[in-house]
Design a protein around this ligand. Structure first.
Ligand code: ADP
Ligand code: MG
Length: 247
């Protein structure tokens, strides 16, 4: 087996007396979608925040492309190719769709804000942003105000921001949240095609999407990974049924 693209080793993080992630060890391999599921409050977003650099773990380490990035700031991880989307939208609603891709990509890499607006004239950046919009099917909407997009289109736009950085791995926190069944189906199809670009660590509540997409699933309960396995293994697991899938 080739080395994983992304791995956490014994990642632990507490908030006061509450252990939000407890010894979490998992990895993301080339070409795969690895879903992380678990009840509300299980520590999924806390895990993602540590992987992306928003939170520093109390213990454990994170490896990305064979490098220990545990102490590295978010922007350096983004520059190294860690592409992410957020549970709560980070888009600027008054900016155009195209501007959001260009500014979002630069912002993720830590470009200081005074250099953001001038960069809208950067042709190479614009080309990358246009290509990302084409990839998610938003070319026709590129001049619209972002506020005019449907919820599903905003989710696609967030993926385009991540995609324009040409990432080596995607980390997504509940991309299906708030989408209707039609929107979820569309995004599911798109994420399926995205795994050809880079593997995806996918935190998701929508079990139809998870079962359709995941090569492997890790189940997080009270901060601990209680099981990692294929869809069939997770569906058959008594421990998972008892702790999460319910009956
Ligand atoms: P999930 O994404 O699985 O719903 P979270 O990672 O958001 O779970 O939260 C895990 C636990 O940690 C929850 O009990 C939550 O209330 C708590 N928590 C998350 N962030 C903080 C914080 N910044 N300060 C204190 N407690 C937090
Ligand atoms: Mg969460």
């Amino acid at each position: 087996m080739t080395d994983p693209v992304l791995a956490t080793h014994n990642l632990s993080k507490s908030f006061g007396a509450l252990t939000a992630t407890d010894d979490v060890t998992l990895d993301l391999r080339a070409g795969e979608i690895h879903a992380v599921i678990g009840p509300n409050g299980a520590g999924k977003s806390t895990l993602i925040a540590q992987i992306c650099g928003g939170l520093t773990p109390d213990r454990g380490r994170i490896e990305f492309l064979g490098r220990d990035v545990t102490q590295e700031p978010t922007r350096l991880r983004a520059r190294a190719g860690l592409g992410r989307t957020f549970q709560i939208s980070a888009l600027a609603m008054e900016d155009s769709v195209l501007q959001n891709v260009m500014l979002g990509a630069l912002g993720a890499m830590g470009r200081p804000w005074q250099f953001l607006r001038p960069a809208l004239k950067d042709d190479a950046l614009r080309d990358r942003a246009e290509a990302a919009l084409a990839r998610v099917g938003l070319t026709d909407a590129r001049a619209k105000r972002t506020a005019e997009l449907s919820h599903g289109q905003r989710r696609q736009l967030e993926v385009a921001v991540a995609l324009s950085l040409q990432p080596k791995a995607f980390v997504m926190d509940e991309p299906m949240a708030g989408l209707g069944s039609e929107g979820s189906k569309q995004l599911t199809g798109f994420l399926d095609s995205l795994r050809a670009d880079a593997p995806i660590l996918l935190v998701e509540h929508d079990m139809d999407a998870v079962f359709a997409l995941a090569d492997r699933i890790s189940v997080l309960v009270y901060g601990k990974v209680i099981e990692t396995g294929t869809v069939a293994e997770i569906r058959a697991s008594k421990a998972v049924r008892d702790a999460y899938l319910g009956g």
